[in-house]
Design a protein around this ligand. Structure first.
Ligand code: SF4
Length: 362
């Protein structure tokens, strides 16, 4: 049974959020509950009145599971061609802007510029166009920058299992693949055409990554596209299902929130700062051992405040356009809110009594 089949079972039904009360929130905060039982309680409106107590518990869990460390990584955009029409993204094929993909020399220069900041974990990204960035191109890019970084991860279009296996054999350490929206009706509306319109294929991609024995898989839903409680609860089921079916793979979660971009699309279901905090605290308490990533989509003061409350990984010094590190950049996939350098983010982490980590394995 794939996760697609699992998701249609009664156990994955959307909870009645209003039925949770203060007593249940207190019981979850006292500990000992199963992750999937705790998560809806912590996402509920009732838990929204308990953020301070949740923050204390999340802080304890973060220290217990991870110590006082934050891993830093940077993204490198290889290409901005895309065959999809996601309504919420600047790379949408219908947005008219000059598209490009980096040459071999440009990839090396961009990689060197990132490596010079001290970052050793690199996320390579493309828009979702196999025609313009095939697996051979992705493999070439990995080969070109492999010696500059300790860890190479990918965020590209969904691949076949054998393709993930090929890349894993060549040193691929992790894959990020967001479902964006778990609700199939909302998904269809937001992805009206292109390969990404295939909801099931996208939903089953993390399974293919796990079967290919890639070390880490990072999943998520784009906050702002649909009711966040529903989406985070679906995501929790996805995490749990992957953990149970692929215990050798490290599953982690990102909490990206929709930002402005070319072709600006207003968030259909905006998520406030307070709600984002509740989401992060809920993840840390319900899944104490899971890695949680927060990107430069969020502004500096918010990111700083969340250090110690559950986040384990921050992007730093990011550029979200192709060629952005060497001054030849173009259209950004989305607008960033935290424009600080790697050095500034490193210092912020130190000032808060934490240790910035550039390499978490060798
Ligand atoms: S979200 Fe991804 S697939 Fe959709 S338009 Fe943007 S780059 Fe393309």
């Amino acid at each position: 049974m794939s996760f697609f089949d699992y998701l249609s079972q009664p156990g994955c039904a959307v909870p009645d959020w209003e039925r949770f009360d203060q007593r249940q929130v207190e019981a979850v905060l006292a500990g000992g509950q199963d992750s999937l039982a705790a998560m809806p309680v912590l996402l509920s409106p009732a838990a929204g009145d308990w953020l301070e107590a949740m923050a204390q518990r999340a802080s304890q869990e973060t220290a217990r599971q991870f110590g006082r460390v934050i891993l830093l990584y940077s993204p490198l955009y290889l290409a901005d061609y895309c065959d999809n029409v996601c309504l919420y993204c600047g790379f949408n094929v219908k947005n008219p802007f000059p598209r490009r993909r980096l040459s071999a020399e440009e990839i090396v220069r961009e990689g060197q510029a990132i490596a010079a900041t001290g970052v050793e974990h690199l996320l390579l990204l493309t828009g979702e166009s196999r025609r313009h960035a095939d697996v051979a191109y992705i493999l070439e890019a990995m080969t070109l920058v492999r010696d500059l970084f300790a860890s190479l991860c990918l965020e590209v279009y969904p691949l076949e299992e054998k393709e993930y296996r090929l890349l894993a054999d060549q040193g691929l350490d992790g894959v990020t693949i967001y479902q964006e929206v778990y609700d199939p009706v909302v998904y269809r509306h937001l992805h009206p055409a292109g390969p990404k319109a295939d909801y099931r294929r996208r939903l089953e991609t993390p399974e293919r990554v796990c079967r290919a024995r890639v070390r880490t898989v990072n999943i998520g839903a784009l906050l702002g596209l649909n009711d966040w409680r529903r989406e985070m609860n679906f995501l929790a089921h996805h995490v749990k299902w992957l953990q149970e079916n692929f215990p050798d793979t490290e599953i982690s979660v990102s909490v990206p929130r929709l930002q402005s971009h070319l072709g600006n699309f207003p968030a259909p279901a905006p998520v406030s700062d307070r709600e984002l905090v509740q989401i992060i605290l809920a993840w840390r308490i319900a899944f104490p051992w899971i890695g949680l990533t927060l990107s430069t989509r969020e502004r500096a003061s918010l990111r700083d405040g969340l250090v110690g409350l559950g986040i384990t990984k921050l992007s730093a010094g990011s550029r979200t356009d192709v060629g952005g590190y060497t001054g030849s950049g173009g259209t950004r996939q989305f607008d960033m809110a935290d424009h600080r350098s790697v050095a500034q983010i490193r210092q912020m982490i130190i000032n808060k009594g934490y240790q910035p980590i550039f390499r978490d394995w060798t």
